[in-house]
Design a protein around this ligand. Structure first.
Ligand code: CIR
Length: 255
């Protein structure tokens, strides 16, 4: 299943996170980010996951978002190519770390593509083209995934949305949580049950299903009410780290 995991890899936030990319021009407090990151790891551990923690990378302010320079499939890791100039290079550092962790490591060599634009559902991958992910990068990744026996669909991330998964997440094998913006694309409607996050709670569309739990960002009461009838919800506070556009999915790589 797409959300049954034994392992998760995270990276300790760096002090330079105060210089991370932020669509709202805010600077998070390092100590508060560390607290939130520790809580995030604790919630993953509660889902029976073994955590691997990589060292902070001061040269890359956004490097805590470890899912953007890579994705996993089975016991493999595929190194991507970040589309934000200040993040280009994270993938090369991570490649050297990944070879000691994964059974095999594949590399996207052309274009730009970030993990936040890739939603995995079982052995299918949906890639949303965005400011960070172009056709060349998506097609390079597609070649690798097809070689590994996966299926790939390339579509568009809605305009003005940072990453495809900023606006949607997988709740179970047949259900997608999404924003109104994503619903207007009609992308999921024909193939999935869809649940739209209540208006004003768009950030909660990036929730994270891990084994029997659904990790939801704290502070989105209507979404909690809506989902808690069907899912075992754990909450994670991401108030501080959200200042640099964090999502729950991008803070770990799971397999
Ligand atoms: C960035 O702009 O790259 C980071 N400040 C936030 C990345 C969040 N990643 C994600 O949504 N996949």
């Amino acid at each position: 299943m797409a959300y049954n995991f034994k392992n998760a890899l995270v990276r300790t936030p760096c002090k330079s996170i105060s210089n991370a990319l932020s669509s709202i021009g805010e600077k998070p407090d390092f100590e508060k980010v560390i607290d939130e990151h520790n809580e995030y790891k604790m919630q993953l551990e509660r889902s029976d996951i073994k955590i691997i923690t990589l060292d902070a990378l001061e040269d890359y302010p956004d490097s805590v978002f470890v899912e953007d320079p890579a994705i996993t499939f089975q016991d493999f890791c595929i190194i991507l190519r970040p589309g934000a100039p200040s993040r280009f290079g994270e993938h090369e550092v991570f490649r050297n770390e990944a070879i000691n962790i994964f059974e095999e490591v594949f590399v996207v060599d052309n274009g730009k593509i970030e993990g936040g634009d890739i939603l995995r559902i079982n052995d299918s991958f949906i890639i949303g083209l965005s400011e960070r992910t172009n056709k060349e990068g998506a097609e390079e990744l597609e070649k690798i995934l097809l070689h590994l026996g996966a299926k790939v669909t390339i579509t568009n991330t809605p305009n003005g949305v940072l990453h495809f998964k900023s606006d949607c997440s997988l709740l179970d094998n047949e259900t997608i949580l999404q924003t109104k913006k994503m619903s207007l694309t009609g992308f999921f409607e024909n193939h999935f049950k869809v649940i739209n996050v209540p208006e004003g709670e768009e950030t909660a569309a990036n929730s994270l299903r891990v084994n029997n739990h659904l990790l939801v960002p704290k502070g989105f009461e209507k979404t909690y009410e809506l989902l808690s009838k069907s899912y075992d919800i754990k909450l994670a506070n991401v108030n501080e780290i959200s200042k640099v556009d964090a999502g729950l999915s991008c803070m770990s790589l799971r397999w």
